[in-house]
Design a protein around this ligand. Sequence first.
Ligand code: G4P
Length: 198
Amino acid sequence: MQLLKDKIKAEGLALSDQILKVDSFLNHQMDPVLMKEIGKEFAERFNEEGITKVLTIESSGIGPGLMAALELNVPMIFARKKKSLTLSEGLLTATVYSYTKKETNTITVSTNYIESGDRVLIIDDFLANGQAALGLMEICEKAGASVQGIGIVIEKAFQDGGAQLRKQGVRVESLARIQALQQGSITFVEESLVTAYE
Ligand code: G4P
């Protein structure tokens, strides 16, 4: 998605060869115009899949997830990473280990909102090792729902999450795929375009 790549080139910062900082439009401040276009793009790509629910994970998945759900005209559910005061019974859970943050979270979704027969589109902001997406898939499986696809805003293609998920036969659509990061430069898969800062 060209608009997204342009935004990453203009505002993204490679903090190291592993981490891309995009706080100005995705992970802290959110750009609503870009989010709207991202939602449209996901909806176009998954239009034929008969999606009944969009499922994401707090917090940064909520922006793109909600916009995709708006375009597809279906509800959006976000998995919680922390216990909720009002959610205690009828929970679907999965354990997600983050290699990036070196922490384990139990993620939860109420059985009221993902049901048997649902056709789910999973959306997330980043795909690194694929653990969050696998956890969300596990929740869908426990609910008896089918995963029709996974939509990712930024895939770090040099990590193995994308390959892992695709190997399982699930359709993964990433709007921007990063081939490599180096301090000060970002290379995208396909176009091999390097952006220098300074
Ligand atoms: P995985 O699910 O693909 O295995 O990813 P991983 O555990 O490695 O990532 C854990 C958290 O770190 C996720 O956010 C993910 O979005 C974020 N992350 C991973 N790589 C990058 C990166 O290069 N840049 C940025 N900005 N974030 C990255 P989270 O803990 O769920 O945070 P949030 O959604 O509450 O913001």
